[in-house]
Design a protein around this ligand. Structure first.
Ligand code: ATP
Ligand code: MG
Length: 424
């Protein structure tokens, strides 16, 4: 194929076979979110660049290296959203949705990050995000853990995904901690890998979740974030952990769990799977109690999470748990002779009126009867209906039971009853 007309690196086409799994997943996600009273919100793909810089943090991987930003015709800098929380917060402030207490929203759509494409990491990827506003107690953190836990159970991956939680305290706590961490790491600077050396001067907290084993060894001696966290965050976290334990949900307290975006505080959590290789986080979330005020709204507590749908689908595929056979075609209509095309179309419309859920395919190709029947057999259709001149004259239709190789000659009203029998 001509090289010019390939998709952009890291951006994929989502093809019908794969989308069967996506639809299965999305239906469950929507059902579960509704059962916790989350409401859907749809947001623009583009926002002003400045709001991402301010909210996510000027010195973060996302803002420094990963954003797709460009100037519009008037010279305004716009950015394809790298995540959904910032746009969601902008929208709820702009649309005055904060007056109600306990607001909960969800959204699903593509996000864009200029990253190095690899398995589970793309430049356009889908996130399902959920955000809850107005509750500062750990109850809502716990409800989010329950919600996500229920999702995995319903999807059938709960045995292959683990919860990790941590508390990262307030921004003030982290600033204090950051100083201590940096001075510790500077003493070991000659041992740091290239990535960590760079991060030491930009985003040192991210060194904590480095995947490099040498880094993790060095970090064993490092000061602990938990010792710098204020009493409020500590109690919040203790209460959350005991609620999770009481509910018998397994979790790992990961003292090095941090988030890549600046706006988080207090509770952070991730659901990870060992089946995905390096890109093992499927769902990541946390509190961001000061973001709304920072973006010009009134002080409101908030917590959210985002699920990477591609990674979720990869896990489902690697576990081979999606076995639901979805038929693309239920009834295959064959007509012989151009003049019978309209009978075929009319019949298909009548069947759709009576049975709106059935998938009816008309073969419009210029093929002979044998070829058309062969195609019907190769499709997922259960029955084929054949319309030719003789049958129209006599008002009979030929119905072929494609699986059991039986044939029926039926009048139209009999045909409609037979269809019901076939697809009950
Ligand atoms: P990572 O450490 O894997 O880069 P992150 O901390 O940047 O993740 P978040 O911003 O928390 O990720 O996004 C939430 C979720 O969205 C991730 O846990 C992951 O499932 C998914 N995700 C993030 N970036 C990508 C990407 N480039 N491609 C596919 N999925 C992604
Ligand atoms: Mg990232």
């Amino acid at each position: 194929m001509n090289k010019e007309i390939k998709s952009i690196r890291g951006m994929h086409d989502y093809l019908p076979e794969e989308l069967k799994i996506w639809n299965y997943v999305e239906t469950i996600l929507k059902e579960v979110l509704a059962s916790y009273c989350y409401l859907e919100i749809r947001l623009p793909l583009l926002e002003k660049t400045e709001i991402f810089k301010r909210a996510i943090g000027y010195i973060t991987d996302v803002v420094e290296k990963e954003m797709y930003s460009f100037n519009d015709r008037k010279g305004n800098s716009l950015t394809l959203r790298p995540e959904g929380t910032v746009g969601c917060v902008r929208a709820i402030i702009q649309n005055h949705l904060l007056h109600k207490k306990n607001n909960k929203f969800w959204y699903l759509g593509p996000m864009f990050r200029y990253e190095r494409p690899q398995k589970g990491r793309y430049r356009q990827f889908y996130q399902l995000g959920a955000e809850a506003f107005g509750l500062d107690t750990e109850d809502i953190d716990f409800e989010m853990i329950l919600l996500t836990n229920r999702l995995w159970k319903k999807i059938g991956i709960d045995l292959h995904i683990n919860l990790e939680i941590n508390s990262i305290g307030s921004q003030k706590d982290r600033l204090k901690y950051k100083k201590e961490l940096v001075s510790f790491l500077k003493k070991n600077e000659h041992l740091l890998d290239l990535d960590s050396k760079r991060r030491l001067y930009t985003n040192p907290l991210r060194i904590l979740d480095s995947k490099n084993e040498t880094m993790q060894k060095i970090l064993q001696e490092a000061p602990l974030l938990s010792e710098y966290i204020d009493i409020h965050s500590t109690n919040h976290f203790k209460n959350l952990c005991s609620m999770i334990t009481d509910h018998e949900i397994k979790y790992i307290y990961n003292k090095n769990l941090v988030r890549g975006l600046d706006y988080y505080n207090s509770t952070v959590f991730e659901w990870k799977s060992d089946y995905l290789g390096a890109q093992n986080t499927i769902c990541a979330g946390g509190r961001y109690d000061s973001l709304i005020e920072e973006m010009g709204g009134k002080k409101t507590s908030a917590i959210g999470f985002a699920i990477g749908i591609e990674r979720l689908v990869l896990l489902i595929k690697s576990l081979n748990i999606f076995s639901k056979k979805i038929e693309d075609i239920n009834i295959y209509i064959i007509f012989i002779g151009k003049e019978n095309k309209y009978h075929a179309i009319n019949l298909s419309e009548e069947i759709r009126n009576l049975y709106p859920k059935l998938k009816i395919f008309i073969n419009f190709l210029n093929q002979n009867l044998q070829k058309k029947i062969k195609n019907a057999i190769c499709s997922s259709a259960k029955i084929a209906i054949i319309i030719n001149r003789y049958h129209i004259k006599e008002k009979y239709f030929v119905i072929k039971d494609l699986k059991n190789k039986k044939e029926f000659y039926l009048l139209k009203h009999e045909l409609m009853i037979k269809i019901q029998e076939f697809f009950k």
